[in-house]
Design a protein around this ligand. Sequence first.
Ligand code: COA
Length: 394
Amino acid sequence: MAIGIDKIGFASPEFYLDLTDLAQARQVDPAKYHIGIGQDEMAVMPQDQDVVTLAAQAAAQILTPAERQSLDLIIFATESGVDQSKASALYVQRLLGLNQAARAIEIKEACYGATAGLQLAYDHLAAHPESQRVLVLGADEARYGLQTAGEVTQGAGAIALLVTRQPRILELEQPSAYHSEEVMDFWRPNYRQEALADGRFSTEQYLRFLDLTWADYQTKTQRDLTDLAAVIFHIPFTKLGLKGLRQLTATASAAQQADYLALFQQATKLNRRVGNLYTGSLYLSLYSLLLFGHLPAGARIGLYSYGSGAVAEFFSGRLVAGYAKVLPTGASVLQQLATRQRLTMDGYQHLFNAQLPTDGSDWTTPQQSRQTPFRLAGIAGHQRLYQNNGGTIQ
Ligand code: COA
């Protein structure tokens, strides 16, 4: 039975910082950011957006009214959750009028969360013949802090994946290979808004887990690199994925390495412009590959998911004939990015520092976003208030 990704939606804030501006402000050679880190721009979250509004925007792009009513599982993966108890999936359910005869949950394991959600969606559809569709959301704001080593690897955005039988984009394959181990490479204690990371140690763990899961994938599936038309990676910054690609293709011929590299560049085009989505980053890379890679139907894609802490998974899927018809054009997505507002360093630092109150007081959010269909309007009586299409505050 074919199960996989039927539609993909993507949303990111309408504000960004050009990393040449950041480099100049931090007195760093811009080449370090553009080449050494492999990032060009990063999305910056305004106060009137959060992971709920971004995920709702991504999902609203792809769901028809009939699909909204036929979901029976809504999975929200995030490590930037807005509540310690309540699942963000419930806010999205209400904002989009999704089916209420559904399970709506939130899951967390750093940047691996959306993959956990996707595999759970697969298992749910395989186990429940009566279930038709699952919505998997991955939304995050990557915050490391001003003037930290990780500052250049920030970003924000959301991915929505509609998972079905007979999917129109990517048929997921089983088995996959996974590995988990308690590792302190990146974490965010409850009292902090910014992550703590040992960036170089994290890079080592990412690459070590890649070795482990890739070896296990080959053993389990009896496939090797030549069975994969392209390989995509979790992309906190594109240089890390590039290191993964080089490691994976180290013994391939020069011509094969060049082919994989060319596709990797297409698969990271959007990540370079948006920055780190944490758990959505692998799926933004998939989206980018599908929009710009022009792979043929049937092509097998290898996907490497890594979440610090750490859990990793290597899995694969095959492209379905006609997949491009279910997606927007690459040009239209680039056009959308081109309408974003470029921030000055002052504007970026102002938005970064302008956090919501943490003392329980009521709050009205200034209108900053102009294009988004959903806004965080404020907080009253400890409850977040969301605004739908400029209309009612709920
Ligand atoms: N031109 C081109 N490249 C340059 C350069 C220049 N002028 N100056 C430096 N570089 C290169 C370095 O050679 C290095 O390349 P390499 O990684 O291939 O060796 C790269 O830029 C980064 O330089 P480095 O000195 O290591 O940067 P840093 O100490 O500022 O830290 C990170 C970089 C990635 C470790 C840091 O941004 C970070 O911690 N980010 C958070 C990452 C994280 O933890 N994510 C979670 C992982 S899943």
